[in-house]
Design a protein around this ligand. Structure first.
Ligand SMILES: [Zn+2]
Length: 510
């Protein structure tokens, strides 16, 4: 493999040689590809596209930074904002020429901000037995709510099933990531009962979608106030932004990168301590409400698989870890559905680096498409979701993720008997550590009501927990409270990946 870092002596020369070609760096926002590895690019503190060697240069200073570090690059898009305006013209033409797309919703154009709430409510009211909306516990910095949809057969009685979590728009400008998340919800609900594969999956698991994790940022990008906005609205650490402050042009560079703010390996490579950086990690792990929302959601579910959607790069990313063979095989199975690549990426504070190290559920970042963060709707959303040629589309990728989430060889199962209506609860408490040595107390908790008949089968994540060097032999603490009574049984249950463990709860009936 070639070395990407030039020797020091060559740096000055390289900078001199590339100067004429790069003489245009001005205050336009451009997209460049650096001659370096994704990890080297991530370490620059610039606006890097995760898992690729592409970087968004926000004007002269960024280009100068790259030059001073001795890197070579070439320009992919000289003016991203102008490119996006051309894309909108293409979008308008597409929407005029196509009445209904092949997408599950039939949409022909990017949703506006308000369409997300409308669609979530529409799905829940059209499919009341199989879908219900929920609101995440924390309001955003600009006081918005974050909502999602839960999907399964008899969704109100599906707490025993394993869960696939799918999220979109951690990053504001990555519009396709929220589109495809919602399209997957449409897909499952519209095809339930007619498509055997979808119907079988909704028997076996719950799918939980949160299309828009970062609505404050999305409103600014989608509203074209600052179309290339990536982060959230944290203008100053620890403070709420004043009215209009986040959108003000003077504050464009501020905000926390929600996908660097999670509490596992927070502060590690690929995240910045500088609040003006596009990969600013925040004042501390889980300092941002958008991120504690996802943490609290995932900590209360048995999310045996998780997909965090982003654009772009055509790659499925996972954290490096102790179960690399199993994890990478699954990554390849997902990525091959749509002709994407698959790789492990060591970047601090990313969603699935936390979710895997906290819950042992297999999480992935899916970097959708190529060339821009929200390309024309036809190629950028319709083709990516439905597939073209030999590419089967994100649809197939997500269905494979759902199958993996339901596959009992990949997680654990608890079985037993207790009086019908008893409340079973499993909890775990442990401490994760940031790259800066800070402790991150972590609490996982899920509950189940024992069904009539008294027998339960509960799909859970392994109680054993991934650590850098192997799996830690930890247990779930399981409690049983008979209907209307206090906890009668507290017991420890060790369950490994692929194991089914019977639990003796006789004392709960006594
Ligand atoms: Zn992203």
């Amino acid at each position: 493999m070639r070395s990407f870092l030039l020797p020091i002596a060559a740096l000055t020369l390289a900078a001199t040689l590339t100067a004429p070609a790069a003489a245009a760096p001005d205050d336009r926002i451009s997209l460049v590809r650096v001659d370096a590895s994704p990890e080297q690019v991530a370490a620059l503190g610039l606006d890097a596209v995760d898992g690729t060697a592409d970087v968004v240069l926000h004007g002269r200073a960024d280009a100068e930074h790259l030059r001073q570090k001795g890197f070579r690059w070439h320009t992919l898009v000289a003016d991203l904002t102008a490119d996006a305006a051309r894309t909108r013209a293409a979008d308008a033409a597409y929407a005029r020429s196509v009445a209904v797309s092949t997408l599950p919703s039939g949409r022909t154009a990017y949703r506006a901000f308000a369409d997300y709430d409308t669609d979530l409510d529409r799905l829940a009211s059209t499919y009341p037995k199989a879908a219900r909306t929920f609101t995440l516990p924390h309001r955003t910095l600009e006081n918005r709510t974050v909502r999602g949809l839960e999907i399964s057969h008899d969704v109100a009685a599906s707490a025993h099933k394993p869960v696939l979590v799918v999220t979109g728009v951690h990053h504001a400008r990555e519009w396709p990531s929220s589109e495809v998340t919602l399209e997957f919800a449409y897909d499952l609900l519209k095809n339930d009962g007619t498509d055997a594969r979808v119907t079988g999956l909704l028997d076996q698991l719950r799918v939980v979608v949160v299309p828009m994790v970062n609505p404050d940022g999305f409103a600014i990008s989608r509203g074209l106030t600052y179309e290339m906005k990536r982060k959230n609205c944290r203008v100053r650490d620890g403070q709420l932004p004043g009215p209009g402050e986040c959108a003000a042009s003077a504050n464009r560079s501020y905000g926390v990168d929600p996908n660097r703010n999670y509490g596992a390996a927070w502060g590690d490579n690929g995240s910045s301590a500088n609040r003006g950086s596009e990969t600013y990690r925040g004042a501390g792990p889980f300092s941002e409400p958008e991120v504690t929302n996802v943490r609290d959601l995932v900590s209360g579910l048995q999310a045996t698989a998780l997909i965090s959607n982003h654009t772009y790069g055509e790659v499925v990313l996972r954290p490096a870890g102790p179960e690399e063979d199993l994890y990478s095989a699954l990554g390849t199975r997902l990525s091959s559905a749509n002709g994407y690549g698959s790789s492990a990426l060591r970047v601090g504070g990313m969603t699935e680096r936390w979710s895997y190290y906290a819950t042992a559920g297999f999480g992935f970042t899916v970097e959708i498409g190529t060339g821009n963060f929200h390309p024309a709707f036809g190629p950028g959303v319709v083709d990516q979701y439905m597939g073209t040629g030999t590419r089967l589309g994100l649809r197939e990728l997500y269905l494979r993720a759902a199958e993996a989430a339901a596959d009992r060889t990949r997680h654990g199962v608890l079985t037993g008997s207790a009086p019908a209506g008893s409340t079973l609860r499993i909890t775990k408490d442990f401490t994760l550590t940031t790259a800066t040595g800070q402790p991150v107390p972590t609490h996982l908790e899920s509950a189940l009501t024992v069904p009539s008949g008294g027998r339960f089968t509960w799909d859970v994540n392994p109680s054993t927990r991934p650590a850098e060097n192997g799996m830690l032999d930890e247990s779930w603490t399981l409690t049983c409270a008979p209907p209307g009574k206090p906890v009668a049984v507290t017991t420890k249950v060790l369950v490994r990946r692929g194991q089914q463990v019977p639990v003796d709860l006789a004392a709960c009936a006594a």
